[in-house]
Design a protein around this ligand. Structure first.
Ligand code: FEO
Length: 395
């Protein structure tokens, strides 16, 4: 993909990874691919903001060379150590060994420990500035959004915020800007990204947004390190982050289950009917057949989640166990949860699910729902009623 001028003298020089299908050790399915966004600022001092995933280093270098001889780069700003943004640093620094590398203290530690490069590191803190000529960059440390080293880079003259991972989306597109793509797809991908990466960091994100708002800096464009650049309405994604980080939920419940011979599935469907009859939006997923990334996205704004499994070897089935492991790490706040499942003789899955649910931090609704073998009509009614009761907790 050719470079694109996003502001006069500021270029997107990133790459589009059309074929990336899983991310972060297969915890995130990137069904629409992704992009690694890097930016080049042409001023008296020429500056590269972030690089791209290592296998794409040649494309990044080619993009830069189409604008300026790469040897003319004076500064490299590394907003984030993770390899999808720093993986091309060794290739770049080999060509410009004298360039100064601006990053946080943790960034310096991380870059060194990943690449062992003898580079001219310049550690920066929040409020530090870097004069490029007509433009000045201001650095804003953003620890744990989403790694300890993370930072944002702001250019006041361009009203441009480059916050690395924050406000990004995993979307491979030929278009670069928010006003060029389908808004529903864009917001769905931004929500998926937030839900699967940033859910546990809501309090930190709210504090950081507040800090940036209090700096009273104009922002007419947000250029993240993945996906589409927000130029038409950057406030839209900021407002969405405030809502998600604030754990604002809808009258909605997500049922996630795994079933051996469809008894647990019958229970799930009856619970769903009870919720629906009470005016609650319901999403239902057989986790063995579903994309976990999609399910986590649906949970982001759901007040309740209901988790079920058949009993197998006195415990829950493995796919739902893996899903709960993911949910425990994300710890969505201010939620209510319920366990259910079918069994043949001893049982055990429902108790295990409850134990795991407690570790997600959710309030556990009682009683849980268990059925021996196949639910009859009265047991289906019991599940329906459990849905009706749970609905009262989702308002
Ligand atoms: Fe935290 Fe896109 O890397």
């Amino acid at each position: 993909m050719k470079p694109c001028e996003i502001k006069k003298g500021v270029y997107w020089v990133g790459v589009v990874d059309w074929n990336m299908r899983s991310f972060h050790g297969h915890t995130f399915s990137t069904r629409h691919g992704t992009t690694y966004n890097a930016y080049l600022i042409i001023d008296e001092k020429i500056t590269l903001i972030d690089t791209v995933y290592g296998p794409f280093a040649d494309e990044l270098i080619e993009n830069i060379r189409s604008i300026v001889p790469i040897e003319k780069i004076d500064y490299v700003v590394s907003n984030h150590v993770e390899t999808d943004h720093s993986g091309s640093m060794p290739a770049i620094m080999k060509l410009i060994p004298k360039a100064k590398v601006y990053c946080t203290k943790k960034g310096r530690e991380g870059l060194y420990k990943n690449y062992y490069g003898d580079w001219d590191f310049q550690e920066v803190k929040t409020g530090d500035t870097l004069k490029l000529g007509k433009r000045t960059l201001t650095f804003i440390e953003a620890p744990m959004i989403h790694w300890p080293d993370s930072m944002f880079t702001y250019c006041r003259e361009e009203e441009l915020l480059m916050p690395n991972d924050a406000f990004g989306q995993h979307m491979a597109t030929g278009e670069r800007f928010d006003d060029e793509v389908d808004q529903c797809v864009l917001m769905d991908e931004a929500k998926t990204y937030y839900a699967n990466i940033l859910t546990p960091l809501g309090a930190i994100i709210l504090r950081k947004i507040d800090e940036v708002v209090k700096m009273n800096v104009p922002i007419s464009m947000i250029a993240p390190s993945h996906g589409i650049i927000w130029r038409k309405n950057p406030k839209k994604i900021i407002d969405s982050y405030v809502s998600w980080a604030g754990n604002q939920t809808a009258k909605k419940a997500v049922i996630v289950y795994e079933t051996m011979w469809k008894s647990t599935e019958k229970m799930a469907r009856s619970i769903a009917s009870g919720l629906q009859s009470s005016g609650i939006e319901v999403k239902l997923f057989d986790i063995a057949e579903s994309d976990r990334t999609e399910v986590i996205k649906e949970i982001l704004d759901a007040k309740g989640f209901i988790i079920g499994s058949s009993t197998h070897d006195n415990d829950m089935l493995p796919s739902i166990a893996a899903f709960l492991e993911l949910l425990k790490g994300l710890k969505p706040k201010n939620r209510v949860a319920l366990a259910f499942g079918s069994y043949g003789w001893g049982g055990g899955a429902v108790a295990s699910i409850e134990r795991e649910l407690k570790e997600t931090g959710a309030e556990i609704a009682q009683p849980s729902v268990s059925v021996k073998y196949v639910p009859d009509e009265s047991e289906k009614k019991k599940c329906f009623d459990a849905g009706v009761e749970f609905a009262k907790r989702c308002i």
